[in-house]
Design a protein around this ligand. Structure first.
Ligand SMILES: CCC1=C(C)/C(=C/C2=NC(=C\c3[nH]c(/C=C4\NC(=O)[C@H](C)[C@H]4CC)c(C)c3CCC(=O)O)/C(CCC(=O)O)=C2C)NC1=O
Length: 162
């Protein structure tokens, strides 16, 4: 896993250089937003259950997914879906704290699309639920932290799409 700091240091290290101005600027931005990130992570973890419930209510509840024949039908599959949403929210929060997407590649997206395709988990509906979670999260943490979280929730969606 990388973060905003190791990322900048690694880039300079491969060139054998001290940090250049661009690297300094991106570090400064990261440090300046540090408190925002930590506060957002605390708010998200205190409200995770409600965020996921509201995101599902806004997107998939009472849709084809939850009806007989849908991929969320039966409590076992419904629970698997809620659990996946919790993974997405928790790992997006880690990535937001780190200021880097690598943890999402390594722990969440690696092989996920293939798993979903082989189990018939609909990717379009998953993306819809994650997009709803993006809106609900922003309404709870506010617009600045919300747009920071959006970077990582969108990254999950595009990782499922490719
Ligand atoms: C930490 C990283 C990690 C991720 C991301 C993860 C995802 C993941 N979701 C799975 C299943 C599943 N995922 C869903 C999700 C959904 N179905 C829908 O219709 C909705 C659109 C969507 C919820 C938004 C469902 C229903 C299953 C069970 C499918 C089945 O067994 O038939 C499975 C198959 C094994 C299992 O059932 O546990 C994995 C590996 N596992 C991991 O360890």
């Amino acid at each position: 896993m990388q973060d905003a700091i190791t990322n900048v240091i690694n880039q300079s290290d491969v060139q054998g250089l001290y940090l250049d101005e661009g690297s300094m600027n991106s570090l400064e931005q990261y440090f300046a937003s540090g408190e925002l990130r930590v506060r957002a992570a605390a708010t998200i973890s205190a409200n995770a259950t409600a965020i996921i419930r509201d995101a599902i209510a806004k997107s998939l509840l009472y849709s084809d997914s939850t009806r007989p024949g849908g991929n969320m039908y039966t409590t076992r599959r419904y629970a698997a879906c809620i659990r996946d949403m919790d993974y997405f929210l928790r790992y997006a929060t880690y990535a937001m704290l780190a200021g880097n997407t690598s943890i999402l590649d390594e722990r969440v997206l690696n092989g996920l699309k293939e798993t979903y395709n082989s189990l018939g988990v609909p990717i379009g509906n998953t993306v819809q639920a994650v997009q709803a979670m993006k809106e609900v999260t922003a309404s709870i943490v506010g617009p600045d932290a919300g747009s920071e979280m959006a970077v990582y929730l969108d990254y999950i969606c595009s990782g499922l799409g490719n």
